[in-house]
Design a protein around this ligand. Structure first.
Ligand code: 2BA
Length: 107
C-alpha cells in the first residue's frame, strides 16, 4: 500500500476530493500553509493499493490547476529607498509525494 500526499490549491480541494471519491478513493483533506508564500493551501492524503497509484494521481492532476501569483519583494536602492517590486511565481497544479505504508488497519 502507498500513501499519496498531494499539496494543492485550496480552491481546488473540493473538486479534487469529490473526484477521488467518485473514482473509489478514500481521502483526507488537511488545511496547510506553504512555507514560501505563507499562504493557505490544502494537503490531500490518499491511502491506495500500489496498482492504483497512477490512477489516483491522474485524478488529482486533472482537477488541480496552476495559478500565477504575485508576491511583493523589496530591494534597496539609493538613499535607503525600498520600493516594493512584485515577483510572479507559478503555484501548482499539485506537488505530489508517494510513500510506502508499512501497515494499514481500520480498527
Ligand atoms: P509555497 O512554499 O508557499 O510555494 C509556493 C510557490 O512559490 C511554489 O509553487 C513555487 O512556485 C514558489 N517557490 C517556493 N519556494 C521557492 C523558492 N525557494 N524560490 C523561489 N520560488 C519558490 P509550487 O512549487 O507549486 O509549490 C506549491 C506548494 O507545495 C508550496 O507552497 C508548498 O506548500 C508545497 N511544496 C512544494 N515543494 C515542496 C517540497 N519539496 N516539500 C514540501 N512541500 C512542498
Amino acid at each position: 500500500m502507498k500513501l499519496i500526499i498531494a499539496i494543492i490549491n485550496h480552491d481546488d480541494a473540493k473538486t479534487v476530493t469529490q473526484a477521488l471519491t467518485k473514482n473509489g478513493f478514500s481521502s483526507t483533506k488537511l488545511a496547510t500553509t506553504g512555507g514560501f508564500l505563507m499562504a493557505g493551501n490544502a494537503t490531500i492524503l490518499v491511502g491506495v493499493d500500489e496498482e492504483r497509484v497512477s490512477e489516483a494521481i491522474a485524478v488529482i492532476k486533472e482537477k488541480s490547476h496552476s495559478r500565477r501569483q504575485l508576491i511583493p519583494t523589496t530591494t534597496e536602492v539609493a538613499c535607503g529607498y525600498y520600493p516594493s517590486i512584485p515577483v510572479e511565481v507559478t503555484v501548482g497544479g499539485a506537488t505530489i509525494f508517494v510513500v510506502d505504508i508499512e501497515r494499514f488497519e481500520r480498527v
